[in-house]
Design a protein around this ligand. Structure first.
Ligand code: T4K
Length: 390
């Protein structure tokens, strides 16, 4: 039932608006009959791992979809990035945003590299040529951009900057499957890009990820490094690991790929409805996608401006949670404030004001297949009620 008085809020002892939690994770489950057929195939072939037919089909279909020479699937996005960083033979410092999922920066640490934290642009939430230029004096050898929320970084500007300063440029595209920059699908920018196919992503392999690149030699190194299996060995590399995608993961990813455009369209409808319904409320700033580009609308984010909204992001989230609306603080705190980085680099704590501001005010709203248009209406109405009454 919609709320008509503050007493009816669940935080004050009323009935929660939703019986079951409404999650912010993007759970797009593939059709169960298609999945059953794919899994029966795995069981009847008795071929479960080590570069089976489904993994090979997935790599080929991903390369075609993204318009790149190579797509190399790997167990998950974090491992994919770790392998890529080693395959590139990077050393020293890498320019990276702190405003990202910890996996981006942890991959650097696992690869024996040092993060050189950059701030992000306040309007795009991504690295920009200005925020990268600020840290060029650090002696970094590479730039790891993150296409946050599916909005691509300034790929042209960063490519020019990287070329001018002799930096290797690569991207964490975990959020950007199906998104474009300058009309071109993300996947072919920089020397290579990494995708995540975690269950909360628009392309869902349950767990999964891949590296995309147009560089044949780099692709050969990555393919060799992700496995100990001899038939895949193509290059001389110092590091190898088991980073293979199982046939079960590949089956989920292939079914999900069949439905990815339909899921993107459904995401867009939810996104647009939230945007329309929340527009009248001051202090709730809707985070838009890039104008004229294709987005996967995987994330619906608002910035809660405490003064104008009359409530803090954290208090609003607390009230929503009691109603079973599990909005999320992505990403909070910035990675530079988490261990081990806040102890390793205390000098960074006061020099990323935009990151700190976003970490304290952004809120991700529930979306994905499990969230109906009616749910979006009810969540928006609830937010409006809280802003007007609390
Ligand atoms: N780079 C970036 C920019 C990333 O965002 C990520 C991952 C990576 C790199 C690394 O890629 P992976 O190694 O993960 O492939 C989740 C995801 O686990 C993670 O993949 C994702 N980004 C991150 C943004 O979100 P958590 O720890 O916040 O997940 P969790 O379990 O709290 O779930 C989020 C919401 O989804 C919850 O409300 C529960 C719901 N949920 C989750 C799962 C797993 C479900 O409803 N069903 C589920 O099966 O990291």
């Amino acid at each position: 039932m919609p709320k008509s008085s503050v007493d009816q809020l669940a935080i004050n002892g009323g009935e929660p608006l939703f019986f079951e939690p409404l999650h912010a994770g993007q759970i797009n489950s593939p059709q169960s009959n298609e999945l059953e057929t794919a899994f029966r195939g795995i069981f009847s072939r008795r071929f479960y791992a080590n570069h089976g037919p489904l993994e090979r089909e997935l790599d080929s279909r991903l390369a075609t979809y993204l318009g790149v020479r190579h797509a190399i699937s790997i167990t998950n996005g974090t491992l994919a990035l770790m392998i890529l960083l080693r395959a590139l033979g990077l050393t020293g410092k890498v320019l990276v945003p702190s405003f990202t999922f910890p996996g981006t920066v942890q991959a650097l640490s696992w690869a024996g590299l040092e993060p050189e934290f950059c701030d992000v642009d306040a309007s795009t939430h991504n690295l920009s040529t200005a925020t990268v230029s600020d840290r060029l004096g650090s002696g970094a050898t590479a730039v790891l951009g993150v296409h946050l929320w599916g909005r691509a970084c300034d790929v042209k500007g960063l490519a020019a900057l990287a070329e001018e300063h002799g930096l290797i440029l690569l991207y964490d595209a975990a959020h950007a499957f199906g998104c474009t920059a300058g009309g071109r699908l993300v996947g072919g920018f920089g020397v290579a890009e990494m995708f995540s196919f975690h269950a909360t992503k628009v392309l869902n392999a349950a767990e999964g990820g891949c590296i995309t690149t147009n560089d044949d030699e780099l692709a050969a190194r990555v393919r060799t490094m992700r496995t100990f299996h001899e038939s895949e060995t193509r290059a001389d590399v110092a590091f190898r690991m088991n980073g293979k995608l199982s046939e079960a993961q590949a089956a989920v990813a292939l079914c999900s790929l069949d439905e990815v455009e339909a899921n993107i369209n459904a995401n867009k409808l939810r996104y647009e409805l939230y945007k329309k319904r929340l527009a009248p409320f001051s202090g709730i700033e809707f985070i838009d996608h890039a104008y004229g580009e294709k987005s996967n609308y995987q994330y619906v984010l608002v910035q809660v401006e405490k003064e104008a909204a009359g409530i803090s992001r954290d208090r609003l989230m607390q009230i929503l949670r009691a109603e079973n609306v599990f909005a999320r603080k992505y990403f909070s705190p910035g990675v530079h404030r988490a261990l081990p980085y806040r102890e390793q680099y205390p000098e960074v704590l006061n020099r990323l004001p935009v990151t700190d501001e976003l970490s304290d005010s952004l809120m991700q709203l529930p979306t994905g297949q499990a969230v109906s248009q009616d749910d979006v209406e009810r969540v928006s109405e609830l937010i409006g009620f809280i802003l007007n009454h609390v």
